[in-house]
Design a protein around this ligand. Sequence first.
Ligand code: FAD
Length: 335
Amino acid sequence: MQKTDAVIVGAGPVGLFAVFELGMLGMKAHVVDALDEAGGQCTALYPEKPIYDIPGYPRIDAGELIARLEEQAAPFAPRYHLGQQVVAVEGDAETGFTVTTSKKEVIHCHVILIAAGGGAFGPNRPPLDGLERYEGKSVFYLVKRREDFRGKKIVIGGGGDSAVDWANSLAEVAAHIAVVHRRDKFRAAPESVSQLRALADRGKVDLVVPFQLAGLEGDGGQLTGVRVKDLDGAERLLEADCLLPFYGLASSLGPIADWALQIEKNLVAVDPATCETARPGIYAIGDIATYPGKLKLILQGFADAAAAAHSAHGHVFPGEALHFEYSTTKGVKTG
Ligand code: FAD
């Protein structure tokens, strides 16, 4: 069993800033996120879009903001548990809480800060038998490094921006690419679609349309082929070393709905002064928290994190007075 002061559920911008706010008040944190990378919506949905309403930054790309927040949190040595959901929470503010993740990690803590945004993100998985045996080995929902796909036979599923952009990009390094889409029309930026069609004309990419994924062939997690079928049910087998299904991300409140909190329209109701939920010692901050006048903005989530950290101090260090100090006065002390 791992022990810490606070478990933060969600490594979006607000969860990351909460590490800093807790750290400034002497509290250590573990951060759990369902995604493989920190950054929440900023990383998963719009890393290259500029944000214009972060105080002090007239313009900052979402991905850059996340890098800065990670840097700001780093002195407090947060422990990240990525690629796993918090599935269960037991205990109370008196005895402490036990948090269990989907990878069976168990963490004991004094307080929990739920910074879960719209809920846990996960890829929309195609309904293929035995898919989980290949996930992470030859089926991937994200491309982290293009070089990992050099010389590979790749099947890409989907017709949106991710499918089209990655087909265009990976065509430079892959041995072969097939794009499987149920229609001949792609839902991506027109210039990206033109580029894809030009690659298809030159034989660099095989456009397998209108087809759908139908099955996987392989052994021990390694794909050898992907079966596809057309609208009449006629099947084809595509040779493949890997499959990249790009069918978007879905989010759901998931297990949080079962934690005996007050849920209002899929959000967690909190005391606006502290962001504490109906369950003492459990806080909700950022997009997932609701109170009168709440704005779903990153800057309001940052303020939520500060309020929650100040209140959490009372649970983590009962009986110890908290003297308010500016960061300019105390600096960043990690001891
Ligand atoms: P999120 O960013 O949603 O992160 C929550 C994280 O929690 C996710 O990574 C999720 O996987 C994880 N999680 C959830 N449940 C669990 C669980 N049970 N276990 C483990 N992990 C879990 N805001 C602005 O202020 N300015 C803007 O200009 C702006 N532009 C935007 C543009 C777009 C296209 C979009 C989609 C949003 C924009 N927003 C903007 C909104 C902003 O991104 C959100 O307000 C912000 O991301 C909320 O941060 P968060 O940390 O609360 O939640």
